[in-house]
Write a protein that binds this ligand. Structure first.
Ligand code: GRG
Length: 293
């Protein structure tokens, strides 16, 4: 796959993700319209949509149909947006900028932002359940739920909050990031191949790729948070200001870059079982390693 083909394919997955989110959007002129506005303010604020792109690509890589995966891709993006809204709240990271815009609670107030995050956590299970016709889809739904919950992203957030202001050891930093950031990436690729009906060996390969991609993604994120040139859409240097233990604080810049290269190469190797069908996801992990936003 060359760069032109890769970019075309990415645009295709992105368009499907946006279209599905638009079709599943809740937007009624009713007494709770303010809540719908708050939900749509965050959900439609053009994130990179990496998780739904990965889920759709993984499904195709394993021989599945995009139409069977669309609601799962949109659902996962909703869960991700739910976590961003809650992460920005004063009780969590207390951020006032997200994707270059004021955070949800700054615009709609804390109480409505909490509700918007809650809706974006339950709505996905409604739309994914709606799409469940096969055992693979049911397994994907369960896998996504597990990765989002206390054994996944939410558990990682708890560790992160408890580490604030302390110097966490390397093992703790690895576990917290594997859960907080990595779990939803793993969910994307594993759910995608499950929907396609992949066997255990292929699911294990997808899990390995997801873990490595998540690790590389967070390493890059830590470097970007510290880079004044990067366009993250967030307040810069907030990790240092909040005395967060990050990969950058424990490894330093050179080792972070070394690890990004190592994870990228290993992630590509992990997908060898899928042969040439893995080309898109191999190029994606490479692109994420060099991203500047
Ligand atoms: C209520 C669902 C819910 C969660 C509560 C707050 C929380 C638990 C978890 C926080 C998880 C979190 C925000 C992890 C950071 C992950 C991360 C690196 C986000 C940035 O992802 P990008 O770059 O963002 O894909 P865009 O804006 O492109 O979507």
């Amino acid at each position: 796959m060359n760069n032109v083909e890769y970019n075309k394919k990415k645009e295709y997955y992105l368009n499907i993700s946006e279209l599905t989110l638009e079709n599943l959007k809740l937007d009624y002129d009713c007494k709770q319209k303010n809540l719908f506005d708050s939900i749509n303010y965050s959900l439609m604020a053009k994130g990179k949509r990496i998780r739904p792109i990965i889920l759709l690509a993984a499904c195709e890589m394993a021989g599945g149909n995009i139409s069977d995966a669309q609601n799962f891709a949109a659902g996962l993006e909703m869960i991700h947006n739910s976590s961003l809204i809650h992460d920005d709240l004063p009780a969590m990271d207390d951020d006032d900028l997200r994707r270059g815009n004021p955070t949800n609670h700054i615009v709609y107030g804390e109480a409505t932002a909490i509700l918007a995050g809650d809706v974006l956590l339950v709505r996905p299970f409604e739309v994914m359940a709606d799409a469940c016709e096969t055992k693979g889809q049911i397994n994907a739904l369960k896998y996504i739920a597990k990765c989002a919950g206390a054994e996944g992203m939410m558990g990682g957030q708890e560790i992160d909050l408890k580490c604030e202001g302390t110097v966490a050891d390397e093992e703790t930093i690895v576990v917290l990031n594997k859960l907080k950031t990595g779990a939803l990436f793993k969910a994307a690729v594993v759910a995608g191949v499950m929907i396609a009906g992949a066997d255990e060996q292929k699911i294990a390969a997808a899990e390995e790729y997801g873990d490595l991609l998540g690790l590389a993604f967070q390493l890059v994120d830590d470097l970007l948070d510290n880079n004044p040139e990067a366009n993250t859409g967030k307040t810069k240097g907030s990790d240092i200001e909040k005395q967060k233990s990050t990969y950058l604080s424990v490894y330093g810049e050179d080792k972070c870059r070394e690890l990004i290269d190592m994870c990228t190469n290993k992630a590509k190797d992990a997908l060898s079982i899928f042969g040439k069908e893995a080309a898109f996801l191999c190029m994606l992990v490479e692109e994420l390693a060099t991203r500047v936003s």
